[in-house]
Structures are given as C-alpha cells and as structure tokens.
Write a protein that binds this ligand. Structure first.
Ligand code: GRF
Length: 192
C-alpha cells in the first residue's frame, strides 16, 4: 500500500516509438486513479520522448542505463513503473524497490516467445514459424530476468492464414494498447 495524495504517479520506461506510451497517455488523460508522471528513455532518439513532450510530461534520457544510481534517481517520486518497449534489463536493486509495482508489456503469450533477444519483429517471426494458431499480448510483473515475472493479464489474437510478422505485429499491438491501460488502472487501484 502506498501513501496516496492524488493519482498514482506512474513512470514509463521506453526505448522505441512509444505507441504503448501513447495509449497510456490517452487512457489516463482525465484519470484520478493514475497519471504518467515521467517518461525515461535509454536512448535520446526514442520517438516516445516526443510523445511525452507533446503531452507535457517530464522526460529523462539515461546517460548509462546500466547505472542503477541514475535509474533510481530518475524514478524519484514514482509510485509505479511501466516498461513499454524498454529493451534493457532492469537492475535488481530497482526491481526490489518496486516489487509488485513494476510491470512490462510483451507482444506474445508468455511464457512462450519471451526472454533475452525476444523483442520486436523476431517475436512474431518465431510465433509464425512455430505454427501457433494464436498469439497475443502479455502484461507481467518485472523481476530480475527478461519476461519471466508473474503474469498479470493476457489478451489473445488469432494468427490469420497469410499473416506476415508485420500484419501479426500490428494486430498484437492493438491488443497491447487495450491491455496495458486496463492493467495499469487495475493495479493503481490495488496499490493505493
Ligand atoms: C511493443 O510491441 C512492446 O510489446 C514491445 O516493444 C514494442 C514497443 O512498441 N516490448 P512501442 O514503442 O510501444 O510502439
């Protein structure tokens, strides 16, 4: 349980274009449950930073994403952390500080098609190569390993005949956008 005055302050960690961040910004725009308080990127050219600035949300670009002290200070004031397309492993001390309040979105039905190196197009290529009839999005708690923390929620999508990694990725991304905002609001209600 956290001391709460006002909406739960959510920090979002990003590395890429930020469509999941955008879905969260849109979903939380008028929320009294949670708000995006800071966006933190491990690279200065992450498109997600522009989305944050357009929404008036403070941003931080990490000089060294492997430096736990820098990440700890960037997360000052955060009550909940969301990894939305963040490609770095989070330092164990940061995981410990936010245990049960740090979540990640992954574009497949974990525990399959996850782990080190399993991100972006590679995930969807692996799903198609496996012949799986369905894929989807997973939100899970973050622990000391990539994509291994306890699963919170999933949304399934059908793999359609003729799907390419791009067409499957696009359909999974829509499911991600729906699922992430829902889980963030549910968890924010639970931790406050
Ligand atoms: C998403 O598919 C997410 O699941 C994965 O990276 C992609 C990032 O997309 N971890 P975006 O940057 O949110 O558009």
């Amino acid at each position: 349980m956290i001391e709460r005055e006002g909406p739960v302050r959510v920090a979002v960690l990003v590395s890429g274009g930020g469509t999941n961040l955008q879905a969260l910004l849109d979903a939380l725009r008028d929320s009294h449950i949670a708000r995006v308080a800071r966006v933190i990127a491990n690279r200065p050219d992450a498109g997600a930073l522009e989305r944050a600035r357009s929404a008036g949300v403070p941003t931080t670009v990490l000089r060294d994403a492997d430096d736990p002290a820098e990440l700890h200070s960037a997360l000052a004031g955060a009550q909940m952390v969301v990894l939305a397309g963040y490609l770095k492993l989070v330092h164990a001390s940061v995981v410990a500080r936010f245990r049960g309040r740090m979540i990640n979105i992954h574009p497949a039905l974990l525990p399959d098609f996850g782990g080190p190196g399993m991100y972006g197009r590679r995930v969807h290529e692996a799903v198609l190569a496996s012949g799986a009839k369905e894929s989807g999005a997973t939100v899970h708690f973050v622990d000391e390993e990539f994509d291994r923390g306890a699963i919170i929620a999933q949304e399934k999508v059908r793999v359609e005949p003729g799907d390419t990694p791009d067409t499957l990725a696009a359909r999974v991304l829509e499911a991600e956008h729906r699922l992430l905002s829902k889980v963030v609001l549910d968890l924010a209600r639970r931790i406050s």
